[in-house]
Ligand binder design. Sequence first.
Ligand SMILES: Cc1cc2nc3c(=O)[nH]c(=O)nc-3n(C[C@H](O)[C@H](O)[C@H](O)COP(=O)(O)OP(=O)(O)OC[C@H]3O[C@@H](n4cnc5c(N)ncnc54)[C@H](O)[C@@H]3O)c2cc1C
Length: 464
Amino acid sequence: MAAKSFDMIVIGAGPGGYVAAIRGAQLGLKVAIVEREHMGGICLNWGCIPTKALLRSSEVFHLMNHAKDYGLSAENVSYDLDAVVKRSRGVAKQLNSGIGHLMKKNKVTTFMGEATLPAKGKVSVKTDKGTEELTSKHIVIATGARARELPGLEADGDLVWTYKHALQPPRMPKKLLVIGSGAIGIEFASFYNTLGAETTVVEVMDRILPVEDAEISAFAKKSFQKQGMKIMEKAAVKQLDRGKGKVTAHIEVGGKVEKHDFDSVISAVGIVGNVEGLGLDGLGVKVDRTHIVTDEYCRTGVDGLYAIGDVAGAPWLAHKASHEGVMIAELIAGGKPHPVKPESIAGCTYCHPQVASVGMTEAKAKDAGYDIKVGRFPFIGNGKAIALGEPEGMVKTVFDAKTGELLGAHMVGAEVTEMIQGYVVGRTLETTEAELMETVFPHPTLSEMMHESVLDAYGRAIHI
Ligand SMILES: Cc1cc2nc3c(=O)[nH]c(=O)nc-3n(C[C@H](O)[C@H](O)[C@H](O)COP(=O)(O)OP(=O)(O)OC[C@H]3O[C@@H](n4cnc5c(N)ncnc54)[C@H](O)[C@@H]3O)c2cc1C
């Protein structure tokens, strides 16, 4: 059979790949997309979306348990874990089928099967019905990533889980160990802890949420501890002894090894890129610690071969993948897009309280040699936060004292994952403190704290 020819072939239909395909089609390219498992990738099926559906259930449960605080009553509040998980899977399914419709609407040809790269400009797809040969001058690798597994701590689906197991658990844990306190680990810890699991988080670094500003990490830690979570920092899980319905974890902390029993363990120690089996070696593509090495335009160094999203390295976020997808499609279509700036990509963690940030932490700004001004505003000083019954949290801003550039913004508290975007727009527009102070924020909103934090950096905050 003759090879089918396209202007652009995308491998992987996650938020990187499917967005690249749509943008390419919008720009008039004849586009094919290859997906081996599920449209929407990890994000829609096993990542961003189903976790947020679970967390919404735990948030409502939390509110129902605090009904009295709002002058309401809710007796015998309980949950049905199967129904909670069913809702989450339903949400993922709904969005997954939506991607299929978007491909059709944009006339993107979809191949369901495993792709390999037998030679430059060629893609071979193993489908249920046989092998399809495709050709294109432009091939975009968007194959994503999967959970990293540490030797001895591998998931078994029963006692030790990856995020996939944790999204459809075999049971409700009574005593849960979460290894790793990045966004994924902390979101699951928050979900299960809120539903009543006795939860311990072990983090090898000196603080939880280690990429966040130290003050925000400390705030979140206090809040989690208040909710009953046990946090072990500078601690490493060395061994898991798996018994009948029980795991004994050997945890090294302060130079000693402690043994603790759990009935369930979630391993959330990072991810590895899906680079195997594609034929990258044969093409001379550089791979560094499971991630494809690219330049600022996602080019691999092999003519006409690009890599975007999780497989191309940090930050491992859906919106980074999608933005790279748009950029690469525009580049292939002959445009002159701006490269994606990792330092302007916000990170969000949807635990309770939520955490969101963009740009440099205070420590990083200092290390980079900036003379800085720092503003802070607490949720307790905001009318809307009090009205919502969410008085816990803070908004912190870091400015370059010389130029007024907003170097970083860091928040913890209710709905901060929705608010961070305001600062992201500010950074994209290269806004300084002057425009942010000039901006009129609507009242009463949580966003007023973003204004106050900026004012505070310059000694002008009104409500503290
Ligand atoms: C539990 C969890 C929660 C998360 N929450 C968030 C969040 O709240 N916000 C956020 O921004 N990010 C979140 N992420 C990260 C987010 O899911 C990823 O950053 C995002 O999915 C990356 O998109 P991608 O397109 O690069 O890859 P993926 O989404 O991984 O998609 C890659 C696709 O390629 C396919 N594929 C791989 N190899 C081949 C091949 N050889 N042939 C054909 N197809 C192939 C795979 O089947 C997959 O569908 C979360 C991740 C996890 C695990």
